[in-house]
Design a protein around this ligand. Structure first.
Ligand code: CTP
Length: 221
């Protein structure tokens, strides 16, 4: 019987959820991201036959079937996990809501209020590394997808963001996407392509995105 060449599965890295940036052992800065979009993308990619590593911030969601999950908390932990997984991958989809800032110092003990009459406190912040931009710098033929939450003239800003971060696609959504079941998204491609999905379940947006990225990754490999 003639031997049919078997295409090896594409390897996807997907990030999801918020990050936590600790102030002290019991307090942190974070955001309201639920992780649903990233988990839906990971589930779809596995369903479409990809090998998936899901780098997840702290969320209460079940690991999708067939997906390898790596749990992280901070942006710096996410960068380390993404770097490792991306080394052997074909595509990266950065759906995580990575905190842009972290406290300059993480106190070893609890941050205590002082009974000295002052009603103000100042928290010094430092910039977190940009996970996507850092790994996309030397991405070669690997496909990289950014997310962008924009208000106002979103498309122009999102396209600029895509170029600045060296991404191949950017998924543009508005703040209503956060913590919601349904979402509207516009998927913009570096090649000028544009695909608009309005008020769709996140699963449908995930399926469309995974198909686009898989097609591009296939062409590149
Ligand atoms: N991102 C990242 N590392 C960061 C911050 C963001 O990898 N430290 C990624 C996110 O996962 C997302 C994209 O970059 O894919 C979002 O870019 P960002 O510049 O943070 O844009 P917004 O969150 O939309 O906000 P702003 O325009 O205010 O920067």
């Amino acid at each position: 019987m003639p031997h049919k060449p078997r295409r090896t599965a594409l390897r996807f890295v997907v990030t999801a959820g918020p990050t936590r940036e600790y102030v002290d052992p019991v307090r942190y800065l974070s955001n309201v991201s639920s992780g649903k979009m990233g988990f839906a993308i990971a589930a779809e990619a596995a369903r479409q036959g990809c090998k998936v590593t899901l780098v997840a911030g702290p969320v209460r969601l079940e690991t999708p079937a067939g997906v390898e999950r790596v749990d992280v908390e901070s942006a710096r932990e996410m960068l380390a996990a993404v770097r490792k997984a991306f080394a052997g991958a074909d595509a990266l989809i950065m759906a995580a809501a990575v905190a842009d800032w972290r406290p300059a110092r993480r106190l070893a003990g609890k941050w205590r209020k002082k009974d000295d009459g002052t009603d103000r406190a100042v928290l010094e912040l430092v910039k977190n590394p940009d996970v996507l931009a850092t790994v996309a710098k030397r991405k070669g033929r690997r496909v990289v997808v950014s997310f962008a939450l924009e208000t106002g003239d979103g498309e122009r800003r999102a396209r600029r963001k895509m170029a600045r971060k060296n991404a191949d696609f950017v998924v543009l959504n508005d703040a209503s996407a956060l913590n919601a079941e349904r979402s509207s998204a516009t998927i913009l491609g570096r090649d000028g392509s544009r695909r608009e999905l309005i008020a769709k379940p996140k699963r449908e947006i995930a399926a469309a995105l995974v198909a686009l990225v898989a097609e591009r990754a296939q062409q590149a490999s």
